[in-house]
Design a protein around this ligand. Sequence first.
Ligand code: SAH
Length: 295
Amino acid sequence: MNYRHIYHAGNFGDVFKHILLIDIIRSLCRKEKPFAVLDTHAGAGIYDLQAPEARKKSEFVGGLAKIMGATDAPEPVARYLKIVRDFDTSETPRRNSPASLDPSEHHPDAPRCYPGSPALVAAVARKNDRLILVEKQPAVAAELRRGLKRDTRAVVHEMDGYNAVKAFVPPTEARGMVLIDPPYEQEGEYEKIYQSLEIGMRRWRQGTFCVWYPIKEPGAHEALMDRVRESRWSEACRVEIRVRPAVDVKSLVGCGLLVVNPPWGFSDTVKSVCPWLINRLAHPGSGRWSLERLS
Ligand code: SAH
């Protein structure tokens, strides 16, 4: 297992996932009572987009860089962009001083530091909210700890994300969400996701559970959707965007977010964000989005 998210940081999948994640966390902030967020596959937390790994395929060029300077973004997108920008100016670059970079390769619209899910949740959560961050790779977990500096709201656990669901759900706050965002590099990932949702829903009926997934053809994620439908959980939906034509079997054409117990107003956010996003991100003629209730 050697997946490293820095190779993909700020790509269209991150943009889509992070805009909706921020919206869900903001919804949790509507009530005063503190909440907890369990991020089962947290990653490094902060990504240096000018680092050689991020520039290898420069995936942010097809994601963040396409919307960074937008002046007509719907509110949830504008909020996301503001957090990303504020984050970039407040963080000092940690590697590769810009002087050592070839200016022709530097993307002017891309920020240097890109916040991953733990950093975004930390930016929106309040003083008494709690972040339970889980990362299996020791080096990545150490990087995550370093990036959080002394944020006392957050604890990093170096362990398996699916075991973390068993260990930490339900949280004592009884309010909050679980983000399941695995790399999908191993067989049986969808089975583990379903098992975790099943345990999660049994123990925490009111919890919000989000699963990010890649869309390839044929759709390996469809079997999970069928099982969620059959489970008849009180409320569940999936949001998907497609931004590329399928060039061959298994090529990535888009991504989706499965949300069990979405917050009030989530579908309105989706309807304002997705048409705008595919307009910006999709290859001509291949942009599509959908919102489907699974309950
Ligand atoms: N959620 C992050 C991205 C995470 S990428 C974000 O939105 O910014 C997926 C991460 O899962 C990687 O860092 C990888 O090391 C980690 N990982 C892989 N298998 C895992 C497992 N079984 N349990 C916990 N983390 C795992």
